[in-house]
Design a protein around this ligand. Structure first.
Ligand code: ADP
Ligand code: MG
Length: 298
């Protein structure tokens, strides 16, 4: 297990920024941490990175306790903080060498710096001042510094916020590429982003995890089908189909059916059993955007 969080609470005066968060992230997973502003994403990430301490609860990163083994935790984590604070007066290569010095990379430092410049596509920018780079390239520098000590775990706090659409795609591709060999937890408030790059999403709202499932699972949790038969069908028949949650009649032969799973095949069989024909069927899987909206509306 790469990251284990158990009952994590962070309280500021009388406000809970994180309020009883538990989850586990396996090695190699790319997990999207999704929630509206103020949900507690950054706070939780800072706790995982041993930047701030939790009020209570346990966090283990690669088996190291963030409270008692913070140095080991920081060594095994690459962290891209929100708003990516960088030294704008430093040159790209100089900055990466500086960061590698902090991690004590010693002799391997210059090789590692060059590798990271290649990996993040900073070849043409390496001799420029960070302050002169576009936001997209600054994010690359942020990713390069997070990766320099070859950490097993990457924590990326809103890595694409503030980028233009092309830059967003570039950074997402970079995260997907890097994620092949690392455990990645990245936060975002953009649903499509999670759909695009992660295996799993955790939705956080008001300091609590309110959903934690695979991207496919979360979408398959609830489906809506509009079905039209050639003749009326009893409501009770539809309700007796396994996985059906609720049905609504548009008229007696046309229905909207809410179900847990894809029940289209079953619907065909039920129609045949009752001597009916299916004239049309339309399935609507909720987008993560819709699910997120519903879950965080309260
Ligand atoms: P997110 O990253 O999801 O937008 P944050 O973790 O930054 O959310 O913040 C969660 C909540 O905790 C917010 O209500 C925020 O105002 C509060 N908060 C965060 N940091 C502090 C702090 N240092 N002092 C007081 N309140 C804080
Ligand atoms: Mg934040």
């Amino acid at each position: 297990m790469s990251i284990i969080a158990k009952d994590v609470v962070k309280k500021y005066k009388n406000q809970y920024a994180v309020n009883g968060v538990s989850f586990e992230i396996n090695q190699g997973e790319i997990v999207g941490f999704i929630g509206p502003n103020g949900a507690g994403k950054s706070t939780m990430m800072k706790i995982i990175c041993a930047y701030i301490s939790a009020t209570s609860g346990i966090v283990l990163v690669n088996g190291y306790d963030v409270k008692t083994q913070s140095i080991q935790v920081r060594r095994s984590i690459g962290y891209l903080p929100e708003n990516n604070p960088l030294y704008l007066d430093m040159y790209v290569k100089e900055y990466l060498a500086f960061v590698s010095g902090i991690y004590g990379l010693g002799k391997t430092s210059s090789k590692r710096v060059n590798e990271m410049i290649d990996a993040t596509g900073l070849g043409n920018e390496q001799h420029k001042k960070i302050g002169s780079l576009s936001k997209g390239y600054r994010q690359r520098v942020g990713l390069a510094q997070a990766l320099i000590h070859d950490p097993k775990v990457l924590i990326l706090d809103e890595p694409t916020t503030g980028l233009d659409p092309n830059q967003i795609i570039e950074i997402r591709n970079l995260i997907s590429e890097v994620g092949k060999s690392k455990t990645v937890l990245f936060s975002t408030h953009i649903m499509q982003e999670a759909e695009a790059i992660c295996n799993r999403t955790m939705i956080i709202n008001k300091g609590k995890i309110i959903a934690n499932t695979g991207v496919d699972d979360i979408q398959h949790q609830e489906q809506t089908i509009t079905v039209e038969f050639n003749a009326p069908i009893e409501e009770a028949v539809l309700l007796s189909i396994p996985d059906v949650i609720q049905v609504k009649a548009i008229n007696h032969s046309k229905w909207i059916i809410y179900s847990h799973n894809d029940i289209r095949e079953t619907l065909f069989r039920v129609a045949v059993e009752h001597g009916l024909a299916v004239l049309g069927m339309q399935q609507h899987t909720k987008t993560l955007e819709e699910i997120f909206h519903e879950l965080t509306q309260s």
